[in-house]
Design a protein around this ligand. Sequence first.
Ligand code: DX5
Ligand code: ZN
Length: 224
Amino acid sequence: MNWLPRPAEGKAYAAPSLLSADFARLEDEIRSMETAGCDVLHLDVMDGHFVPNITFGPFICKAISRVTDLPLDAHLMISHPLQYVESFARAGVDGLTIHVEAESDVAATLKRIGDLGVKRGISLNPKTPLEDIIPFLDMVDLVLVMSVQPGFGGQKFDPVAVEKIARLKQLRAEAGYDYLINIDGGINDETGPVCRNAGADIMVSGSWLFGAPDRAERMKILQG
Ligand code: DX5
Ligand code: ZN
């Protein structure tokens, strides 16, 4: 198990989303992100049902875990996560984030993830109100706020996410919760600092980081 403490105030972790990597050269891409100073790898798992796109599953996650010591955070955009969390845990991921909109029982799935010794994450789509995840906030290590409709990289940031980040930070302080706040979708040099200032602890970025002429420079912009 490989995980991250809460970052210092005003700082954040950079989490490249491998969705934008060149998968024919995956190990080189991971090394490049390590050299550029990334903190955690974000693995976008899509089933073609919960979202209209298909990526990869535990088999590829296991291959990734063999070539890096970075923490691996898998974002499960799948309809039935409870059926698969054990396979992902066996594949060596450190965090498993499920969607509150998925069909599996949310509390039971989070409990199962915790029992497997993996960090528990919950995510919500831009149109889903924060109220829908509040009953689960005492059960999670990570909240992943979506700032695009999940399914594809390279979309435009939806500012509805900024208010959710700020409320999650406030709720965490008031109730003594212990989750990291993760922001995902359309993150760049404009939207990244806005989210960090609102309270995001982990900044996921796909197209902007992988498309960078200088990946280390952009990583530092995200980290603050
Ligand atoms: C979208 C994924 C994101 C995506 C982010 O479904 O969950 O992680 O890869 O990519 P960018 O940074 O290009 O929006
Ligand atoms: Zn993601």
